[in-house]
Ligand binder design. Structure first.
Ligand code: AHR
Length: 501
């Protein structure tokens, strides 16, 4: 007997599967750029110094849009330092991460790297220590075709074609006291509105992201969004959301239900944005760019001496090593982002390489997949067409942090063109397997093309430098379809993807 049932209904669609849901984030932080994607002298490095073995794994991960260059870093960044002849670029102090920035990688090099990975650039401007003029200059340098001082400078630097960057972030986490130049909602809302209006005078089709809250636990959460949007609503297209989760105090049950908080976050921001829109009698909707989300053992980071008094180049910072449980939560967060594809129209897993990342590298050495790599890469590969809102009937459990939560969570996608679909599921039960029956009768589904599960007897098993393939996907042979009913057994604390046709 199944203990959970899921009904998939063609008529209950959320919206299209958006390629930008599978975005990621590269910040000048720790070893993300330097000794991460960039390591001249590495046996696989190309003429720009980019490691091609890392490029291959980024392609396999399936990152679409990549947010760059920060993060907290951007709030003290002078973009002009990082273009032009490399030998003339200044070394600066990065106050955000207390490290040395050599500026050997800048916009032009990073854009060439993105061509290798096939991803789109989402660029952040500095509204911490800088303002409208610097943002406009960067826009001119990046996007103007030719014949102006800054576009000609780009051409002289070797980039003939404009970068044509569509998505721009108006600063980063300006609500956080840790941010260089952080502001009140009122001050930031006014600055963001004026910067956005000026940028759209240069190009009315830009897609601009105004900073929302750095987390749903911020004391100003909700009120920040309202104030900022009241100033900037007509000039911006997205409001950002950032959320990091971790297991605290051995409470795995609450951690496994982290998606409940993400859903609350999304609902609150959508309600606030729509409230402001109605108040302003606006015809447009402002959507969410969930441009930082992940598992991050932030408490441990804050308690550590990773950031010390020394000014170091490419220090090892935020190098969290992820477990099976972390990967299950990450897969579940991605399920939640897909379930909200109507309003969360862009998202960035923070981050991509070495820094709270699905991909790890060693200088002069290899590259490997963390546990969290797997749910992301499989979802980005299989999710196509439209997102279906499943009707889930699952047993529940009580969590200390999020109240009652379903033991089984899921989302599905269906692509009419290829007549194929995919279901993504998690089992949050810590001890029991769950048998789930999914009604796929409306799709005349008769074949399973792929069924993979991430699980382990040890939910804290990890891939480490010494054992890089300890955890991986296994084929889930329990999956079958009979008379339009797809049945699968989900092991305890597991993530599963099933492709049907
Ligand atoms: O992703 C790590 C950091 O988290 C980013 O720099 C910042 O925006 C957030 O606080």
């Amino acid at each position: 007997m199944p203990d959970s049932t899921i009904i998939l209904d063609r008529g209950r669609t959320v919206g299209p599967v958006r390629s930008r849901t599978f975005g990621s984030f590269v910040e000048h932080l720790g070893r993300c750029v330097y000794d991460g994607i960039y390591e001249p002298g590495h046996p696989t490095a190309n003429e720009d110094g980019f490691r091609l073995d890392v490029v291959e794994l980024v392609k396999e991960l399936g990152s679409t849009t990549i947010r760059y260059p920060g993060g907290n870093f951007v709030s003290g960044f002078r973009w002009e330092d990082s273009v032009g002849p490399r030998e003339q670029r200044p070394v600066r102090r990065d106050l955000a991460w207390h490290s040395l920035e050599t500026n050997q990688v800048g916009l032009d090099e990073f854009s060439r790297w993105l061509k290798l990975t096939g991803s789109e650039l989402m660029l952040a401007v500095n509204l911490g220590t800088r303002g409208i003029q610097a943002a406009l200059d960067l826009l001119e340098y990046a996007n103007h075709p030719a014949g102006t001082a800054l576009s000609d400078q780009r051409i002289a630097n070797g980039t003939t074609e404009p970068h044509d960057i569509r998505m721009w972030c108006l600063g980063n986490e300006m609500d956080g006291p840790w941010q260089t130049g952080y502001m009140t909602a009122d001050d930031y809302g006014k600055l963001a509105a004026r910067t956005a209006a000026a940028m759209k005078m240069a190009d009315k089709d830009l897609e601009l992201v105004v900073c929302g809250s750095s987390g749903s636990g911020m004391p100003t959460f909700g009120e920040w969004e309202r104030t900022v949007l009241e100033h900037s609503y007509e000039h911006v297209d997205y409001v950002s959301a950032h959320a990091y989760y971790q297991e605290r105090g051995g409470d795995l049950g609450s951690f496994l239900a982290s998606s409940v908080d993400m859903q609350y976050f999304i609902d609150t921001v959508v309600a606030t944005a729509d409230h402001v829109g109605y108040k302003l009698k606006s015809k447009k909707k402002v959507n969410i760019s969930f441009d930082e989300w992940n598992i991050w053992y932030l408490d441990e980071h804050q308690a550590s001496d990773e950031v010390n008094d020394e000014w170091r180049y490419a220090p090892r910072q935020l190098e969290d090593v992820y477990s099976v449980a972390d990967a299950v939560v990450l897969g579940n967060l991605l399920i939640t982002l897909l379930k909200n594809s109507d309003r969360v129209t862009s998202a960035s897993l923070a981050q991509l390489v070495n820094v709270i990342a699905p991909i790890m590298t060693e200088p002069g050495g290899g590259v490997w997949r963390q546990t969290t790599f797997f749910p992301f890469s499989v979802t980005s590969r299989l999710a196509k067409g439209v997102v279906l809102r499943p009707v889930i009937d699952s047993p529940k459990y009580e969590t200390a942090v999020h109240g009652e939560a379903d033991l089984v969570d899921s989302v599905a996608t269906y692509d009419d063109e290829s007549a194929s679909g995919a279901v993504f599921l998690v089992n949050r039960d810590q001890t029991e397997s769950r048998t789930v029956t999914i009604d796929v009768s409306q799709f005349a589904a008769s074949r399973i093309d792929e069924a993979v599960t991430l699980a382990d007897d040890d939910v804290y098993a990890k891939n480490t430098i010494d054992n890089q393939t300890r955890v991986g996907l296994v084929s889930n042979d329990s999956a079958s379809i009979v008379d339009g009913q797809l049945t699968v057994v989900l092991p305890p604390v597991s993530w599963t993807a099933i492709a049907f046709a």
